[in-house]
Design a protein around this ligand. Structure first.
Ligand SMILES: Cc1cc2nc3c(=O)[nH]c(=O)nc-3n(C[C@H](O)[C@H](O)[C@H](O)COP(=O)(O)OP(=O)(O)OC[C@H]3O[C@@H](n4cnc5c(N)ncnc54)[C@H](O)[C@@H]3O)c2cc1C
Length: 293
């Protein structure tokens, strides 16, 4: 199938893009790498009247570190994250996760901003941004808004972005001393969307978690920052503690039931991931059997 007829405008600046979006509102769609937008148009899931192509706006591309904050421009491509020494040093969770996003051809064009604005609940980057306490920066004609990642994702393909706003950057705190991360996803094949996944960031002191962010993906309508993690903070971790946390997790998740996996399978996989992440983050292989009951 091919997309229905549409008009095309190549934005010459951020201000120009915002003018076009303000004029055309819901009838316009931003295009960055086009890796999700164009397939959706070709399948006629969406039929915008105008495409606002922002891919030439080089001021929106790049990675910088300032005062322990990592700033990633919206047009930074997945491949840029993979190759970036700043990402490897200050957000190793992202560096690990990005290798699971699709395939090289898609990572060469797909962008961070596009992935976050697309808000697929099975997507890796939104969950990482939630685990890392990122702030999403959006801009409209009246100015900028800073939105915590955990509030940015509103549902399946739904975000806090208004039709006339542009996602311009994401900011995340550089990882602190004693930080540890974990990333794993169950997928049918490498590069496929996850059936269930977990992006986790922790601070470990004296063999305990002083902070633990467990962001599950593909098990809800958006990334889920699990409350169950609170059961694991500032306590000595035993198999019984993991089992209790996994029960809480099972109750708080409301996973989808589809052709990929049943809801109960996804809930089970999430519990497996919880136990596996705790064991890995603490460097305690003895704990990996806990929490899956
Ligand atoms: C075969 C295939 C496999 C894939 N596998 C995965 C996978 O495993 N994991 C994964 O996460 N993704 C996967 N994807 C999706 C893809 O990697 C990302 O969704 C994509 O890279 C998004 O970035 P983009 O720049 O291409 O966005 P685009 O396609 O240009 O845009 C996506 C959406 O975001 C909006 N948008 C884009 N940029 C902005 C902006 N700056 N401000 C406001 N709105 C904006 C667009 O209007 C559109 O609605 C896959 C895609 C394909 C085709």
């Amino acid at each position: 199938m091919k997309a229905s007829a549409f008009s095309y405008a190549r934005a010459t600046s951020v201000v120009n893009a915002l003018e076009l979006l303000a004029t055309h509102g819901e009838k316009a769609k931003v295009m960055s790498g086009g890796q999700s937008l164009l397939p959706a148009m070709n399948l006629r899931l969406i039929s915008p009247e105008l495409i606002v192509d922002v891919s030439d706006l080089s001021e929106l591309r790049g990675i910088a570190v300032k005062d322990d904050v990592l700033i990633i421009g919206a047009l930074t491509r997945h491949v840029d994250l993979l190759k970036s020494p700043e990402i490897a040093a200050h957000a190793p969770l992202l560096a690990e996760a990005i290798a699971h996003v699709a395939h090289p051809a898609i990572r060469n064009r797909g962008t961070v901003g596009g992935s976050l604005a697309h808000a697929d609940p099975a997507s890796e980057l939104p969950a990482c941004m939630v685990a890392l306490n990122a702030t999403v920066i959006v801009r409209g004609q009246t100015g900028k808004r800073r939105i915590p990642a955990v509030d940015f994702f509103k549902g399946i393909y739904e975000t806090a972005l208004a039709a006339e706003e542009l996602l311009i950057a994401v900011e995340l705190p550089a990882v602190r001393k004693n930080s540890a991360h974990f990333f794993f996803e169950f997928a049918r094949r490498r590069g496929d969307y996850a059936i269930a996944g977990l992006a986790a960031q922790a601070i470990v002191a004296a063999a305990m978690f002083t902070n633990l962010q467990l962001a599950f993906f593909a098990v809800g309508d958006r990334p889920v920052l699990a409350e169950a993690a609170n059961r694991l903070v500032n306590v000595a971790i035993t198999p019984a503690v993991i089992w209790e946390a996994s029960q809480v997790l099972g109750e708080e998740l409301d996973p989808p039931d589809d052709q990929q996996a049943s809801a109960s399978m996804r809930r089970h996989l999430a519990k497996v991931l919880l136990a596996r992440s705790v064991s890995t983050l603490l460097g305690r292989p003895d704990l990996n059997a806990g929490g899956t009951a």
